[in-house]
Design a protein around this ligand. Sequence first.
Ligand code: C5P
Length: 390
Amino acid sequence: MSGGIAAYKSAEIVRLLRKQGCEVRVVMTASAQRFVTPLTFQALSGQTVHSDLFDIAQEQAMSHIHLARWADALLIAPASADLLAKMAHGLADDLLSTLCLAAQCPVYLAPAMNQAMWQHPAVKDNLALLRQRGVRVIGPASGEQACGEQGLGRMSEPSAICDVLMATDTTALLAGRKVMITAGPTREPIDPVRFISNRSSGRMGYAIAEAARDAGAQVTLVSGPVALPSPHGVRVIAVESAKAMHDGVMRRIDDCDIFIGAAAVADYRPAQVADAKLKKHDDTLAIVLEKNPDIIATVASLARKPFVVGFAAETDDLERYALGKLRDKNLDMIAANWVGQAEGGFDSERNALDVYWPGGHQALAMADKRELARRLILLIAQRRNENHTT
Ligand code: C5P
């Protein structure tokens, strides 16, 4: 726990986790102890509360390194703006920040701060950096704040935090598995300076790559041009056109266990790419397009076929089109989403998915794309295991 008024809610988190059978050890910063007392947390956790890196008695009982090794998961709730900054920059000047560096288990943050602080570019940058390194962020929620302001920054409710902690523990779910993911748009050149493309941001595919990595997989991400940082620990192959994406995939698909096609691949490309920049002459200009190879269908037709998951972005008749693609492309699973709606889809931070497989369906409710990616990876791993055991 770092310092913040939301610290009082952490008592309920400890209670709920213990109710689920977890052993809980509480580490409090000096500021956290200004809001709530260690005695409360000692009573709730049934364990000594740790707070001082330089306390000989505490270090003798369980050193900060042993504490880091002991934990299956590290949850920081509340995570203050100060703590995010320290973590982002690798500072280790007290027990909690030192533990953050020493921990090799999954790390979860439940940020809590004033809405203006939450919006600050420094906080956003720190959080983006931490996410890129694999730290999982829960919340924050929106609503009335202790300071009287309204907005995003309240710590998520204890039950929601515990649900995430317990439900999406996908660690080791895909250990040793090789996962290939395509992401982003493709660019189909018209001439040296122009191309045809689409609105895909790549966020969904990148979030899936991170979730697969967090589940222990060895991940290759074949990505069209996007404005996203390469996820840490993921091999990224940067491509531009659908043809280059096809070649990038086929060159590395051989021993792949799972293939997830999240890219918005252009269906057609200009048949002729002009060597020099096209000049304007007539009032109209026709560009003849020819079909691109269907990457996912090619992968799904391989003799040694991985478990293949496709995406279907539709503006109408979602289920019918998704099921059609599942069948026609010989996929094992398809994740369908509405595009062109008020929330979700291509250029958004959030999304909702309807996932279909032969004989089954599950709806994944509207959520941050990272959270959604974790749920999708869980579903993929479950379905793949079922396929393997039947
Ligand atoms: O047919 P449609 O483009 O809607 O299918 C979408 C699915 O097919 C996505 O998984 C997408 O990544 C994949 N796809 C592909 N190669 C193409 C076109 C689509 O892999 N040329």
